[in-house]
Design a protein around this ligand. Sequence first.
Ligand code: ZN
Length: 355
Amino acid sequence: MTIPAPGAIDCDIHPALPGTHVLLPYLDEYWRAHVRMRGLERDNYNAAAFPVNAPINARPDWKPPRGNAGCDFDTLRTQALDGFGTKFAICNVLHGAQAIFSEDLSAAFCRAINDWVAKEWLDRDPRLRASIVVPMHSPELAAREIERCAADQRFVQVLVWEMQEIPLGRRQHWPIYRVAEQLDLPIGIHAGSSYRHPPTNLGWPSYYLEDYISWSTGFAGVLNSLISEGVFVEFPRLKVVLMESGVTWLPAWMWRANKTWRGVRAEVPWLEKSPAEYAREHVRVTSQPFDAPPNAAMLRKIIEEIDCEDMLMFSTDYPHWHFDGNDALPDGLPEHLLKKILVDNALKTYPRLTS
Ligand code: ZN
């Protein structure tokens, strides 16, 4: 179905750094000298999973006259904001900073990226909001960065990769969830990996084809971990947003998770509800790429099986190439659900979007 839709909230767009050198003014004196000494500003640190010229990562008509897709403000404003009638759009900067092994260097780059996105993007258009980039492998530094950025109400979420050093539910991460819950910030979990481990269950793959397809199984593991470890019991107000996870795997995951939980629930006595119930209450999913079935009847059946009208939220994933023209949602979504997907569910998920 063709968008624009008045007041639509786009929960996943990707402004891109033209290069690491643009972060130099946003680093403090020590880190600026350190980066220059090592020559790091000459590397781009684009996340390895997103080769800039691969068709999936840069829709041909969304490339700016110069530079990589997502780098040019005027192009993004015209195409991603004006083009879809967007009221708010959440900027998720995908960058290798979050995967750097040194916790201090990773934190320094994350701080610089957050300040860069505030100055170079948020200040230039009142429709833009952003996620806070954090060094997830250093929970103490990550929590500190969340608190620092949260003073700016235009930061509405915390951004992390789905695949980290350890599963996202583990208690090592809980200081991050504690501060996020206190500050009304959902945890936005984006497709991709910090590549501490093979992204498939079988070992290291050879091709992007294998890597990309395996991401949906990674998201299932994320939900298994968050729910089993009791994250939503400890943090009852916390929401997580799965970005680029796809949608249609959810009913099968819910069935398997519930069935298995009934058999081994004695080992997780803190769970007061089934995994599917926790997911419906705490988990939200962005719409692109929407792995929609080939006809509207099948799509409606899957929506029925998910059995929660609050879970789906609109996204374009600009400038990544998942659809042509403005066909940003599949045909056949129930009429009453469209407004929820386009507007209402995001407003309920992101308390800061009202300001
Ligand atoms: Zn995305």
